[in-house]
Design a protein around this ligand. Structure first.
Ligand SMILES: Cc1ncc(COP(=O)(O)O)c(C=O)c1O
Length: 458
């Protein structure tokens, strides 16, 4: 037996884990921005797990609300009942999403992928209801991520996560995504013109469907795949205008950026656009329960209500009372602690602005090519050569080394590879809970600085 096979066997457990090659510490407790493992080691959660936790860990009010709901009514099926908690939270979410969603409705799911699947089907049914039966294609972007289920994977552009499943999915057109650090155009105007060129590419793709495009799904800010890349000025406004002119529903995937993470209730507010469907998860329950939400505008809901009268979709666990109770309590907490403001990196004195300043200090390191982001969602991109922006060879797994060094120092970060072309390119995603203090941020960024230096000489 070779050594590597025996190591793999040692790492086998009854749980089918994400990797057989990697040991996972057992987490046993968490509070505020810290997680403890079974050996008593403390980790500062600088990635909110995977951009999930926004209100901090271990908030008693949330577990109390969940326990109370479970005691009163643990579950009913949505084909038989609604519940007060779902009705109330749906209205609260519509209000949180802003005037663009007044008179709309919310479909609750168990997470991001289910929400994306729901949104894709909702867009299709909307088109059928208004008599556009040929519209069935959903356009999306390269280097995007919309989830792990087959429909969500079909509209995703994350090469590594899709590759082996491609023969199983039905694909529509993926258009280019603006990525200003590695802009494909020679921009001298802060990428305004290239944004317009990317928008024009979408318009050409819609026209090429010859009237079959039902919707366009996009992340307002790139999440894991590119690492907190913000769109160039004018781009999203142009995209929204193109979709409207062509009768294509605009679907904003705010699974990662939603619920305050970027310093606005939803990231779309930074660019003043109003999608027809808004998809959220992660922060909606801050990880306290599996929960996602599809927030549909009045236009979409009216078409189904006045048409066939039934959304042809359903999961056993949609609008699960305990998950919805968790979401309601999280939103109450988020409001009481003013956490959307805390996340705002454009206002001095907030956690968001402390994070921005601290991370930008990493730019002086040889291995750091770019630091970008908004609010409490940031990406740190690594390069082997700062002048040419050449990435590290993927097999070096530079970001994996940085992650390991951070872990040894008691810091949790979110490492990703593939930002350059789906395979090469290393970056860290940073997305701490909004209750983090300036001191904790300063400590965490110092650990990252030391981890990068250690890994660079490796
Ligand atoms: C933008 C985006 N959409 C969808 C998903 C899928 O969500 P989930 O992992 O909850 O299914 C993710 C997950 O990271 C995401 O970042």
């Amino acid at each position: 037996m070779t050594e590597s096979v025996s190591t793999q066997q040692q790492l086998r457990t009854p749980v089918l884990r994400r990797s057989f090659r990697k040991p996972y510490p057992a987490a046993v407790r968490a509070e505020s921005v810290y997680v403890w493992d079974a050996d008593g080691k403390r980790y500062l959660d600088f990635s909110g797990s995977a951009a999930v936790n926004f209100i901090g860990h271990g908030v008693r009010e949330i577990s109390d609300a969940m326990a109370e709901q479970a005691r009163q009514l643990e579950f009913v099926h949505t084909s038989q009942f609604t519940t007060p908690v779902a009705e109330e939270f749906a209205q609260e979410l519509l209000d949180f999403a802003g005037v663009g969603f007044a008179g709309g409705a919310v479909y609750f799911t168990c997470g991001g992928s289910e929400s994306v699947e729901t949104a894709l089907k909702l867009a299709r049914q909307y088109q059928v209801e208004i008599g556009e039966r040929n519209r069935h294609q959903i356009l999306s972007r390269q280097q995007s991520y919309h989830g792990a289920t087959l429909g969500a994977l079909a509209v995703s552009g994350n090469r590594k996560r899709r590759e082996i499943y491609l023969p199983m999915v039905r694909e529509f057109e993926h258009v280019g995504i603006p990525y200003c650090y590695r802009c494909a155009f020679d921009c001298t105007d802060n990428c305004y013109n290239c944004g317009q060129q990317y928008a024009a590419e979408l318009e050409r793709a819609i026209e090429a469907t010859k009237g079959a495009a039902a919707g366009f799904i996009f992340e307002p800010m790139s999440g894991a795949t590119l690492g907190a890349v913000t769109p160039p000025p004018g781009y999203l406004q142009a995209v929204a205008d193109i979709c409207r002119r062509h009768g294509v529903l605009l679907i904003a995937d705010e699974v990662m950026t939603g619920m305050g993470r970027t310093g606005r209730n939803f990231a779309i507010e930074h660019w003043g656009i109003a999608p027809d469907i808004l998809v959220t998860a992660k922060g909606v329950s801050s990880g306290y329960a599996p929960l996602g939400a599809v927030i549909a505008s009045k236009k979409v809901v009216d078409a189904i209500a006045a048409g066939s009268g039934a959304f042809l979709h359903g999961f056993t666990y949609n609008a699960h009372p305990v998950s919805v109770a968790a979401g309601r309590a999280v939103l109450r907490c988020l409001r009481a602690l003013n956490l959307v403001h805390a996340a705002d990196s454009q206002t001095d004195g907030t956690a968001g602005s402390a994070l921005k300043v601290a991370l930008k200090g990493l730019r002086e390191l040889d291995a750091v090519g770019d630091v970008r982001g908004l609010g409490l969602l940031w990406g740190v991109e690594f390069v082997a050569d700062k002048r040419t922006k050449a990435p590290f060879p993927p097999e070096k797994n530079f970001v994996g080394l940085v992650r390991q060094a951070c872990l040894r120092r008691g810091l949790l970060v979110y490492p990703m590879q593939g930002c350059v072309d789906g395979i090469a390119g290393d970056h860290l995603l940073i997305a701490p809970p909004a209750v983090i203090t300036a001191e904790q941020i300063a400590w965490a960024v110092e650990q990252i600085r030391a981890a990068i230096k250690e890994s660079f000489v490796h």
